[in-house]
Write a protein that binds this ligand. Sequence first.
Ligand code: KG4
Ligand code: ZN
Length: 364
Amino acid sequence: MNDAVSCPVMNILGIETSCDETSAAVVRNGTDVLSNIVKSQVEIHAPYGGVVPEIASRNHLANLPYAVNHAMKEAGMDWKDIDAIAATYGPGLASSLMVGLSTAKSLSWRLGKPFIAVDHVAAHIYSAFLGENSPLFEETIPFVALVVSGGHTSLFKVEEDRNILLGQTIDDAAGEAFDKAAQLLGLGYPGGPAIDRMSRGGNRDLVDFAEPRIKPENQLIGELDADLCFSFSGLKTALMYYLKDHFQGENDGFPASVSASFQEAVVSAIVKRSARALEVTGTGVLAVGGGVSLNTRLREQLEDISKKMNTRLLLADPDYCGDNAAMIAGIAASGRCMSGKEAMQLDVQPSINYIAGTQIANCK
Ligand code: KG4
Ligand code: ZN
């Protein structure tokens, strides 16, 4: 039992509890999503303007048995049909990760099935390859991957046996920037979808939020290319000062246009760096995942740039953009994740430092 898992697999039960979504899914052979149950806690955390870790873990405890049973039932699975159990070990909130990781390990022991430990960011990358009409992950390598979520904004070059970090944010993640901006604009939580909706009727040229540039000598980027790294905290401050100086009430399309201008600045920074990553790596494929990849304007601009650059764009299906267990069960079948004794002994890893040029996870 718990021997290293090899491809091609099989039916994998995935569990994801890294933040505030409690999710369980069954995926066959890494691509066919038989079920993907996501129990959101958004409404519980909304009054606090963000995720409260203690409340999140308590709700994971309450919701996970339901999510697992529901995922099994919807997939038409009996426990004997499941070949392995996978769960996220990091990065994320420690107390949230603990619930999913210990549940998955316990199921693995109880059922005598292998356990596979999954890196959450690697799983977001994999999300672009889920579903019947998606290309196969292995056949698409090498490619550039963009992960844009509430906790991460990173670019990777995905190679045969490793993911090389090309660039990342030095302060806020893109989703975090949207969440903070929405708070300043009084749009509530979560901010990304609210800004996306609000921006639709707005004039994105109303405010010229200067593009945040990072100096090559900035120590926070280490060995990374400054032009592939992101910084969003300055944009949030610029928005705060703009609102202080200009706010005139809510009756003239003003909030929609400020929101659209802010969104444009974030989107433009992401798209420019993605284009540069494609250029420097010489790969013709861009795979995109993470909650922010649901953003309408970002999807539109990525499609635009991909056409211009003759690049194949793989946007994760909206069902798999936010945190979900299908991406966990999916990548678990790829042979790129930790399994066996090593995985069973692994503790949660709330933060993982993806240093340039190194592997994203202990793959193969
Ligand atoms: O991937 P995800 O569900 O969780 C993390 O791993 O962080 O991403 C959540 C983030 C939140 O910051 C949320 O505001 C943002 O994704 N988000 C969006 C949109 N939908 C969700 N940001 C921009 N536009 C959207 N439509
Ligand atoms: Zn995530």
